[in-house]
Design a protein. Structure first.
Length: 434
């Protein structure tokens, strides 16, 4: 009897334990489902609302200029894609002492030195109105809420109270910017200001964009920078490329375009600004959201490498430079397209020795390699798009700005169309390299 009772009690306890374990398991499963569902919902909410930061405009530090003191610089920039939040990058690359920016703002450009009413936003840096930038360093502002349209212009204002020391600048902005006395960063207009066509300290604008948005950096020399394009018209080839890509894909996942051109720049050695290889990490690889690179550089290595800045540069040396840039782009999981070097016969009238039959032979050798190698992810045949069919060593007259080297606005639009075709080639696609 005792054994029987003991067996009954044991069975009862066992059944209770089984029920407890079953209930615990069921509860755990329910809690797990709830947590997974909540996590998925949260993740969906984050991906729908947060997105990621993407570069929408850039300039590159080229050299230093005279100091500023107790002055406000209002600088106008043309962004490729818009967003609901924005932040800026500043650089003291060529400074010789720490730079103090005492106040800064951003707003929608209304024309001239004016900002559209109601759009001025104070910029802060780590929550502070002022920021000190170490020699050679860059800083990133805090984000501000500002509805920025695609293909629109912003006004970024910087105030320096004390002597700034040598001012890091991008020399050839092809954009009118404004300088006024005193702190006017929160003023909607700056009447009586003087003007400049350089950008100072400002090297980037970023927007919060859809998660699938990417950016293409167009790296190169004055032809990429937009030399001889119409002032304030945003007619540079990267500007037109941005507009074409927006028109092709007007939805949320888009491709921003960043102009990383410097007039006179060379791929191999310094003359005007740091050479293309040395600045590749800073000006290309560190751009937020970059997925593609279009490199058009080498004409100044050839043209300025003869009688002007000897010794001459060979096709083999330029190709070796391309190979290094391609390898570094691929190491960062970026697609890179190389642009064929454009014609320049006639420019020797402005710079003796820039073009010669020997320089032309090297240009043709470089372009042949670009068109036939499989090391890059594609090429943009700028040479074929711009050359005169009856004189392939020269620009077609209707695309020439008048100096036989730099395209006019029409020529830059032709370059943009050629770049768009190369980017959307089926074998290349617009996504990141894998």
């Amino acid at each position: 009897m005792q054994n029987k009772n003991l067996h009954s009690v044991t069975k009862c306890i066992g059944d209770r334990d089984v029920r407890r374990e079953t209930m615990s398991a069921s509860l755990a499963r329910i809690v797990g489902v709830v947590l997974v569902t909540a996590a998925l919902a949260f993740a969906g909410s984050v991906s729908a609302k947060v997105g990621h930061w993407i570069g929408t405009w850039t300039s590159n530090a080229v050299e230093s200029d005279a100091p500023f003191e107790n002055e406000t610089l209002r600088q106008i920039v043309y962004v490729s894609i818009g967003g609901e939040q924005v932040r800026v990058r500043l650089s003291n690359l060529f400074g010789t002492a720490p730079l103090v920016i005492d106040a800064a703002s951003i707003g929608l450009h209304a024309g001239g030195s004016e900002v559209k009413p109601g759009t001025l936003r104070e910029l802060t840096f780590g929550g502070e109105a002022a920021v000190t930038i170490a020699v050679g360093a860059r800083v990133l502002s805090d984000a501000v809420d500002l509805a920025v349209d695609d293909a629109s212009s912003l006004a970024v204002s910087l105030y320096v109270a004390g002597n700034s020391g040598p001012a890091t600048k991008h020399t050839q902005a092809h954009q009118t910017n404004y300088i006024a006395d005193g702190n006017q960063v929160m003023e909607p207009d700056m009447p009586g200001s003087t003007t400049t066509t350089s950008w100072f300290w400002l090297t980037g604008v970023e927007v919060l964009a859809h998660p699938n948005t990417g950016a293409v950096v167009t790296s190169g020399d004055s032809i990429t920078e937009g030399y001889n394009s119409t002032l304030d018209a945003n007619a540079r080839y990267p500007d037109e490329l941005a507009r074409r890509l927006l028109a092709r894909n007007p939805g949320k996942p888009r491709l921003a375009v960043l102009n990383s051109g410097i007039s006179g720049n060379r791929l191999l050695t310094d003359i005007f600004g740091p050479n293309g290889q040395s600045r590749f990490d800073r000006d290309v690889l560190t751009q937020s959201g970059v997925t593609h690179v279009i490199l058009l550089e080498g004409i100044n290595d050839l043209g300025l490498g003869g009688s002007l800045f000897p010794p001459p540069v060979s096709a083999e040396q330029i190709i070796a430079g391309y190979k290094q840039v391609i390898a570094r782009a691929h190491a960062s999981d970026l697609k890179i397209l190389i642009g064929t070097i454009t014609p320049c016969k006639g420019f020797e009238a402005f710079l003796p020795g820039y073009w010669s039959p020997e320089v032309e032979a090297e240009r043709q050798a470089v372009n042949e390699w670009i068109r036939t190698t499989d090391l890059h992810d594609g090429f943009v045949d700028f040479d074929a798009a711009l050359r005169d069919p009856d004189d392939p060593q020269s620009l077609l007259e209707e695309y020439d700005s008048g100096d036989f080297l730099h395209p006019n606005d029409t020529g830059y639009a032709v370059m943009a169309a050629e770049a768009e075709r190369a980017l959307i080639a089926p074998a290349k696609g617009l996504g990141p390299r894998r």
